[in-house]
Design a protein around this ligand. Structure first.
Ligand code: ZN
Length: 248
């Protein structure tokens, strides 16, 4: 049984049996992995708080022949997000991050881009205590990395360029964006302001975007459109999304 050592982010954990924990984590080198941490729910567990949601850790685990679940051997904390979870709005955004990552990524397929996106977004929430901008950035880039984001600079039907003052209409079924002249009933409008923010986010790193320049309501509008796309792709509702409150 080869032992693997990897940098990872804990996605979800569930009680298992008497004192064990079933843990889903995103390994930087192996992608999404599910495993069992024996005795993790006992009071003097060697795992301590390392297996809490979104903990950034170094993890050691064994793959077991013909078993889907790996055995988690050891875990060391690099960065904890427990404090950020104590704030309601931050905690909900972080819960959306972990649920979405868990839902959209396939098993055992490494994606360094998704790993960095999750870590950068969680750190931005923790640092600022203002989750709107990181939530928009995270959902937009998750859709982009999933290959579900249409071109944002031209109408998919007539080809007309969309300028900064144009609102557009989004079809999540077709993953297409059309102009006002080409819209049909049932499409979702995206405001010109939200499109400007989306283009900026595709061109800049999250930590280089000035949060003061983006209204929370515009960031939320973008998040809502992207969460619709994600729910359409995974074919179910996200539980944590229902806990999101409207931004002030
Ligand atoms: Zn058009």
């Amino acid at each position: 049984m080869p032992v693997h050592e990897s940098e990872a982010i804990i996605l979800q954990g569930y009680p298992l049996g008497e004192g064990d924990r079933l843990v889903s984590f995103l390994s930087r080198t192996m992608g999404r992995v599910r495993g069992v941490a024996s005795g993790a729910r006992k009071t003097k567990s060697r795992f301590g708080s390392t297996l809490e949601r979104l903990s950034h850790v170094r993890i050691w685990f064994f793959e077991r022949p013909s078993r889907e679940l790996v055995r988690i051997n050891q875990c060391e904390l690099i960065e904890s997000f427990l404090d950020a979870f104590r704030d309601y709005a931050s905690g909900v955004a972080l819960a959306v991050f972990s649920e979405v990552t868990e839902a959209v990524l396939p098993d055992h397929e490494a994606s360094d881009a998704n790993f960095r996106l999750l870590l950068l977004s969680a750190q931005a929430v923790k640092k600022s205590g203002r989750p709107e901008l990181p939530l928009a950035y995270f959902t937009l880039w998750t859709v982009k990395l999933g290959g579900w984001l249409p071109a944002l600079d031209a109408c998919a039907k007539c080809g007309r360029a969309l300028v900064a003052s144009d609102a557009a209409y989004f079809s999540r079924r077709a993953s297409a964006l059309v102009c006002a002249a080409c819209r049909v009933p049932g499409l979702r409008v995206i405001s010109a302001a939200a499109l400007v923010v989306a283009r900026k986010m595709l061109a800049e790193r999250l930590d280089r975007i000035n949060a003061e320049m983006i209204a929370p309501k515009v960031a939320r509008e973008l998040s809502d459109v992207m969460l619709d796309v994600i729910e359409h792709q995974i074919d179910r509702k996200l539980q944590a999304r229902e806990l999101l409150e409207s931004p002030a």
